[in-house]
Design a protein around this ligand. Structure first.
Ligand SMILES: C[S@@+](CC[C@H](N)C(=O)[O-])C[C@H]1O[C@@H](n2cnc3c(N)ncnc32)[C@H](O)[C@@H]1O
Length: 390
């Protein structure tokens, strides 16, 4: 951790959590050790709110963030706003309509309100997909933050850089209102691709701090092995190392693209070996991919990591058997399976006590987890944001 301590205050910082989903920001705040209290969360999706309420004992304000007024926002007297707005306006799947996408309106709307708030927050944290940093919405966000006296530092970071065998680079904007400032003042206004400034004093980031392909492979080697994140071990081979793989992508929106019958409903919390079957990828699906083999990327990594499978558009799959030949013909042999929701939660660094209420279906669990974020990454960024450096 950077040498400056997290701001010592008697009263906890008051925080608003926008687009709260299943509470990834709140879990990150708890993990960060910052003395903070979420005074309200805002989320339109009732299933996400069921999960949030189940775990935190508080139901977020269920409504459209776009309908909040400056008076509403002022009434909380919040010190910090944490926002993870929808990412579809900036993704290829979401057609990249950017600020013209209705799903971007609520975010732009509350940013615009910042100018009319009597007591604006002194800190702001935004999470989104890579690609957001070149969007019109981003340009407007930076403009508003400058007009309202904020300084910013932006990051693109992946859990892989924090010892988690999971590649999911995400964009983050950290903003502090003057006279507050960041520990590493020289990085103001920069987009940084290294976690180094979060843990030590740096005057500048060099190109070497940005990860090259070689460095990514090196970070992979220093990651915890994937089997530490699995609840279902490979029944064919108890030596977990033999099933080692790493995750390049999680079932974000993708699981929802699968046919209804391709995902079996999950009807309980108790998992045993027989449960593995419900996560195996049906042969019919593998056969159907035959014509779409072009979208499969099978890549060899080190001896330690064995191999990786990345199936575009269908989320991540775990190969539970290493093929003799690493080519597309070996797909059936690899006994592909989906990650279970608990495994996805583990890769997001959600705590052990996090759980879904029984009535949330398997499909909904994947969708909600796919929308969430890496607690390991966000906690470190929040520690840096809240560290006191007036
Ligand atoms: C990227 S997800 C954020 C997930 C969250 N950080 C988590 O850990 O689960 C965006 C969330 O914003 C919600 N949302 C989208 N538009 C909204 C709006 N106008 N008002 C309130 N919530 C909205 C979606 O339902 C979704 O849960």
């Amino acid at each position: 951790m950077a040498e400056a301590s997290i701001a010592a205050r008697n009263d906890p910082w008051k925080v608003l959590e926008f687009y709260s989903g299943i509470g990834g920001m709140r879990y990150s705040l708890m993990k960060s050790g910052v003395n903070a209290e979420v005074v309200e969360a805002f989320e339109i999706n009732d299933k996400a709110n069921d999960v949030y309420q189940h775990n935190f004992g508080h139901r977020p304000y269920q409504g459209n963030i776009q309908s909040l007024t400056a008076v509403d926002l002022d009434s909380y007297g919040a010190d910090a706003w944490l926002l993870s707005p929808p990412c579809q306006p900036y993704t290829r799947q979401g057609l990249q309509k950017d600020a013209g996408d209705a799903r971007a309106f609520s975010f732009l709307q509350i940013l615009e309100l910042m100018q009319f708030i009597l007591h604006p927050p002194s800190m702001l944290f935004v999470e989104n997909v890579v690609g957001f940093e070149t969007s019109e919405t981003h340009a407007r966000m930076i403009e508003i933050l400058e007009e309202t006296n904020f300084i910013t530092q932006e990051f693109i970071l992946s859990p892989l850089q924090f010892g988690i065998p999971y590649s999911r680079p995400r964009y983050f904007c950290l903003a502090k209102r003057r006279p507050s400032s960041f520990i590493n003042k020289d990085l103001n206004g920069l987009l940084i691709q290294s976690p180094r400034p979060l843990f030590e004093h740096v005057d500048k980031v060099t190109n070497e701090d940005d990860l090259s392909q070689k460095d990514w492979e090196k970070s992979l080697l220093s990651c915890q092995p994937i089997e530490q994140f699995l609840e279902l071990k490979n029944p064919n081979n108890d030596s977990a190392a033999d099933s080692a793989s790493f995750v390049t992508h999680l079932p974000e929106h993708s699981i929802r693209n699968l046919g209804e019958n391709d995902v079996h409903e999950y009807d309980g919390e108790v998992l045993d070996r027989a449960s593995l079957d419900q996560y195996s990828v049906p042969l019919s699906l593998i056969e159907r991919w035959g014509s779409a083999m072009g979208i499969l990327v099978l890549m060899s990594l080190s001896q330690h990591l064995k191999f990786t499978i990345y199936v575009k558009g269908t989320g991540s799959l775990l190969a539970t058997v290493e093929p003799k030949k690493k080519d597309k013909s070996s797909l059936k042999e690899q006994r592909l399976r989906y990650f279970t929701p608990r495994e996805v939660a583990n890769l997001h660094s959600l705590p052990e006590e996090f759980e879904f209420p029984q009535h949330i279906s398997l499909r909904q669990r994947y969708a909600l987890l796919g929308n969430s974020l890496s607690i390991a990454v966000v906690a470190a960024l929040l520690q840096y944001l809240f560290a006191d450096h007036f």
